[in-house]
Design a binder for this molecule. Sequence first.
Ligand code: GLU
Length: 281
Amino acid sequence: MSKAVVTRFAPSPTGRLHAGHAFSAIQAHDRARASGGQFLLRIEDIDGTRSRAEHVAGIIDDLRWLGLAWDEPVVFQSQRLSLYAGALERLAAMGLAYRCVCTRADIAAAASAPHGAGGVIYPGTCRGRGVDADAPHCWRLDMARAVERTGPLSWTDEIAGPVMANPLAQGDVVIARKDAPSSYHLSVTVDDAAQGVSHVVRGVDLFAATHVHRVLQALLVLPTPVYRHHPLLTGPDGQRLAKRNGAPALADLRAAGIDGAVFAMDLRAGRLPLGFGVAND
Ligand code: GLU
């Protein structure tokens, strides 16, 4: 018997959701429902300075408006920091994590800038350098040592097929921020396992991050979900929908009296307003 399908939608409450988020949430929801599985909602609010309660409320209203229901109580990452701190400690005890005091400006100046999942690839300035534990610091994964330990890794993507992980191309990613004992990469990996997520359905913009998540799973001895990195919605300018290129917030569509269930059916059927599309990369 195959395992029950569990998917999740995991927005960061740092702004209002737009149609691209709706598209993603619907796909995660429908992937679970199509197999009689469970759909979960997780609020990724470890960024204490940018996360806002009003956005959490907005996300919940938006999803209800779209006609999406989730199965378990909503999980908030801000309430699970000790879990991530434990994972960080394990990585540090394996000799795979190091403190880094570099600022964004230091990194930009030192790197001749290939880009990975988190932007510029970290040039490794603090690796092997004694950093004062009292100075404000983040923690980074020593990717070369991590990969030496795990050996070759792969995952299955329902759209891309079998994928060989290439985490070295992402460099020494941040696994704990200066202001929190975790980072996006670490919390997502720990939570997907803790919540029993069997299928991670998310936009193809997060494909590169999966190379990192696969390594963290191997190091922390966590199961590897099946992935489904879906194409992104694009706006009339051909760019992926984003607040900065004027994508309307779902809250505005709601306020304009648009029926959310009909809007969700339109997204499912690919009936998009003129000029909008689905990127095929
Ligand atoms: N919280 C992430 C975001 O809003 C998504 C996390 C994920 O789906 O893995 O971009």
